[in-house]
Design a protein around this ligand. Structure first.
Ligand SMILES: Cc1cc2nc3c(=O)[nH]c(=O)nc-3n(C[C@H](O)[C@H](O)[C@H](O)COP(=O)(O)OP(=O)(O)OC[C@H]3O[C@@H](n4cnc5c(N)ncnc54)[C@H](O)[C@@H]3O)c2cc1C
Length: 422
């Protein structure tokens, strides 16, 4: 797969001195190839980066260990275009969410990506939650989120008759989208502009040579057949001018395998699983807006999400879990199981704002895992984007902690990387 992909890329750029070397240091022959830009990970962020670099005329090779694009958190989220309310002002999350929201709405409109600006209500269901709701409104206003408005519970319950709350914030610029259609469009546009995607291709590590990162590449099937250990040598070494490590949950694990990158700059990795339960046997969705409770530690609360087909989902909750070993991480063998017994917690949480939720109406859906840079009991972390200014390695950009609102922010992160690091 990788060799075929490289032929495609190489054919398009004979002028750049594309050639192979033989290494002697590894004892056996490992082909080395130069490439202008490599993006590790074909999730929504990596793909948006690849598209942006390709549109700017760069040669781009996207590597993903999975058989296709978007199999990580990109297909395991709420598919909400966030307005940018909760994040500390001027944080990367606040900045990229606001810019990414605008870019995403424009992109969806121009490329016929199914999306809907359905709006959301953040609700306080007890007196003790009202100061927190006030604080959220102040935060959102500081972040410049358009159209935010505090409502009395009576007004919110008039527009959403199944809702119970004391007060609510209306966010009219929150929406939903079809992520798969977005991915198809981003991949297609990247490819039409010369980017090449190589699936079943795993970056197993790298080393620094003359202050530049060299990537060690292996076909995914070699990792699968190696009984839990890395192959004794990579099948290929790539020497790119720019590497964007957009490997999602695996990004910090992979960065630790870049020999020559100081470990101290890599933030600690924490994992918070979020499960969804779906509402079944319900012909008409009970709500027209997304309904969010007050945020909890590690997440923004078990909320109501509607998808474009009218499916009603509740989630995600927060469950701190352990990581997995390096190879399992690269092969995305995280524990995504949704345990049916968590439904009891969901019923209790949801009934605070949706008291008519019927017994036995929830069924286990799916789970995603948030890549966190701060753990339980710690203040929430920001996105971490590290280039040469942090670690001194030419052309390496690591993306860590790209949890929510990463989908919303994807095109803004791509724009930032292309502007700052090309
Ligand atoms: C429960 C949950 C709900 C969320 N809800 C929302 C939401 O409503 N709105 C929003 O804006 N954001 C949301 N997010 C965040 C959003 O889903 C992510 O920020 C976004 O999908 C991250 O995309 P990514 O490309 O960084 O990572 P991923 O989609 O995880 O992609 C990483 C890719 O890297 C590949 N890979 C891993 N290791 C290697 C390797 N060694 N070599 C090659 N390839 C490798 C993987 O196969 C994968 O395809 C949510 C996240 C979660 C977990």
């Amino acid at each position: 797969m990788l060799k075929r992909a490289l032929e495609g890329v190489g054919g398009a750029r004979r002028n750049l001195g594309w050639r192979s070397w033989r290494t002697r240091s590894l004892g056996t022959e490992v082909p080395k190839e130069r490439v202008e830009c490599v993006v590790i990970g074909a999730g929504v962020v990596g793909t948006a980066v690849a598209r942006e670099l390709a549109l700017r005329g760069r040669e781009v090779l996207v590597l993903d260990s999975a058989p296709t694009f978007g199999t990580g958190n990109t297909s395991r989220n709420s598919e909400v275009i966030h307005a940018g309310i909760y994040y500390p002002p001027h944080s990367l999350k606040a900045t990229f969410c606001a810019r990414g929201r605008d870019l995403l709405y424009k992109y969806c409109s121009e490329h016929n990506i199914p999306h809907k600006l359905i709006g959301k209500l953040i609700v306080a269901t007890s007196n003790s939650e009202i100061p927190k709701l006030n604080h959220i409104l102040i935060r959102g206003t500081e972040n410049g989120v358009p159209g935010l408005r505090m409502m009395e519970g009576s007004e919110a319950m008039r527009i959403e008759p199944e809702l119970q709350c004391l007060k609510a914030i209306l966010s009219p610029f929150t929406g939903i989208l079809d992520t798969h259609s977005l991915m198809l469009s981003l991949v297609g546009e990247a490819e039409n502009n010369g980017a090449t995607f190589s699936y079943n291709t795993t970056v197993i590590g790298g080393h620094v040579e003359q202050s530049r990162i060299c990537l060690h590449i292996s076909e995914t099937k070699c990792l699968e057949s190696c009984n839990g250990s890395f192959p004794s040598q990579p099948e290929m070494t790539l020497i790119p001018d720019l590497v964007v490590n957009s490997a999602g949950l695996s990004a910090p694990v992979l960065a630790k395998r870049f020999n020559g990158l100081q470990n101290e700059v890599i933030p600690p990795a924490y994992y918070a699983r979020g499960c969804y339960f779906t509402l079944f046997n319900m012909k008409i969705p009970p709500f027209e807006h997304l309904i969010y409770p007050i945020p909890v530690e590690g997440g923004i609360g078990v909320h109501v999400t509607l998808d474009l087909d009218g499916l009603v989902k509740f989630g995600p909750d927060v469950e701190w879990i352990d990581g997995v070993d390096e190879i399992s991480s690269f092969l995305n063998k995280f524990d995504y199981s949704v345990h049916a017994n968590r439904a009891e917690l969901f019923y209790a949480d949801i009934r605070k704002y949706y008291p008519n939720l019927k017994n036995d109406s929830l069924q286990a859906g799916y789970a995603g895992i948030r890549p966190k840079v701060s753990g339980p009991g710690q203040p929430p972390g920001d996105f971490v984007i590290q280039g040469m200014e942090t670690h001194g390695i030419t052309g390496l950009v690591n993306l860590f902690g790209i949890e929510s609102p990463g989908l919303t922010s994807s095109m803004a992160i791509a724009e930032h990387i292309a502007t700052r690091y090309l």
